[in-house]
Write a protein that binds this ligand. Structure first.
Ligand code: UD1
Ligand code: UDP
Length: 367
């Protein structure tokens, strides 16, 4: 069975790496990798291939940035040629990025089967570009592989047939477990002059938090307030950095006392930083899940999450809306004062999600 796995943006490499490892163990599958070029800097792309044992992609579209429409349309045009040439039996798309929607659409229009990994997540917020992508991908896919139970309920409530829905666990956690030994051997925080359990890690890149001047003013208020409580390590996403520069805030941020600004970190380096942090502040989807697995308290600076397993059982606290900075600081202070909640791991976040996916596909499509 011939499969193409699509990778576009940073979290996709982490997910596809787990799938690639599982599928290549089975002789029934021939797997090819496609990189759309949505993320392209070495620190957003190459380092992930290297650290997650992925080979160079078989196909690269090199599409880079642009508006949502440009990006999606360019990927569609590029992928159509490859799909028509290769005629795979199934295209695998992961998560909710533009690359995933674009390639799923091309495949379905050419009557090629589509599998969606991390299906069914819903934030309920259609102002998020990812929410539109999630809904559309789920409704055109043939097989839906689900990472947490809330997603099964979401898909059922949208009348998607039960035969397509497979609750398999979380491929992001497969990669985390695969890399744990190597990540924990590094001394990233020590090299920054920090002690384990005595600093914060921050990541921010959602358009709602970083695109407008107003949002950046609020974000800077948050950074300043957290920096007053302890050192903050902040690997800055390219979207965030270019917005800070564009709005004239970059110099101000560089001067914040106690803030350690870094380039985007490699997967292992970032893992090491998070695992040793006292608390993480983020708006990332993947980081909410990774902190839940590592049982590191996480404050998610958003009004909603498509990953409720991380707030219900996991170590994640959701903070958004009016006076979000004050609320976030209040929660952080509480957590630092030993009011950390009891947590539990979501079911099937055990390192074998990709293997389950491979087995299901094999049984359904290769006999
Ligand atoms: C994208 C995804 C988002 C995901 C995030 C992961 C969509 C709609 N958004 O957001 O869901 O959470 O990736 O990080 O698919 N850039 C670089 N170098 C790079 C990559 C990006 O400089 O290697 C800059 C470019 O100026 C680009 C901008 O960042 O225009 C935004 O990149 P883009 O992929 O469009 O959106 P993200 O905000 O990264
Ligand atoms: N990540 C990383 N280096 C960083 C920041 C994040 O390796 O400097 C990893 C993180 O561990 C997770 C993934 O990138 O595996 C999440 O990507 P991102 O936050 O960009 O996207 P999202 O998950 O929000 O779509």
């Amino acid at each position: 069975m011939k499969i193409i796995c699509v990778m576009g943006a940073r979290p996709n490499f982490v997910k596809v790496a787990a799938l690639y490892r599982a599928f290549t163990k089975h002789p029934e599958f021939s797997v090819k990798l496609l990189h759309t070029g949505q993320h392209y800097d070495d620190v957003m792309y190459r380092v992930f291939l290297r650290q997650l044992s992925l080979p160079d992609p078989d196909f690269s579209l090199n599409i880079r940035g642009g508006s949502h429409t440009e990006q999606t349309a360019n990927i569609m045009l590029g992928f159509e040629k490859i799909l028509l040439n290769e005629r795979p039996d199934m295209v695998f798309v992961v998560g909710d990025v533009n690359s995933s929607l674009a390639c799923a659409l091309v495949a379905v229009k050419e009557a090629v089967k589509v599998a969606h990994i991390e299906a069914g997540l819903r934030s309920g917020d259609k102002a998020m570009p990812e929410e539109i992508n999630r809904i559309l991908i789920d409704h055109i896919s043939d097989e839906l592989f689900v990472s947490e139970m809330s997603a099964v309920a979401n898909l059922q409530s949208e009348n998607i047939g039960a035969d397509k829905i497979h609750f398999v666990g979380n491929v992001m956690i497969d990669s985390l477990i695969y890399c744990k030994g190597r990540a924990m051997e590094l001394s990233v925080f020590e090299r920054l002059g920090l002690k384990s359990n005595a600093y914060f890690v921050m990541t921010m890149h959602r358009p709602s938090n970083v695109d407008s001047s107003q949002a950046l003013i609020e974000l800077i208020g948050l950074i300043e307030a957290v920096s007053n409580l302890g050192a903050v390590v902040f690997p800055v996403h390219p979207r965030t950095k270019s917005s800070l520069i564009r709005h004239g805030f970059w110099d101000k941020v560089q001067r914040i006392n106690g803030l350690i600004l870094l380039a985007p970190q490699g997967y292992l380096e970032f893992f090491n930083l998070v695992a040793n942090a006292i608390l993480v502040i983020t708006d990332s989807g993947g980081v909410q899940e990774e902190t839940t697995f590592l049982d590191v308290p996480c404050v998610t600076f958003r009004a909603n999450t498509e990953r409720p397993a991380t707030t219900e059982g996991g170590s994640n606290y959701l903070v958004g809306g009016v006076a979000a900075v004050d609320t976030a600081i209040g929660i952080i202070k509480k957590i630092l004062n030993e009011e950390k909640k009891q947590t539990s791991l979501p079911p099937l976040w055990d390192g074998f999600a990709s293997e389950r996916i491979a087995e299901i596909v094999k049984k359904k499509y290769t006999k």
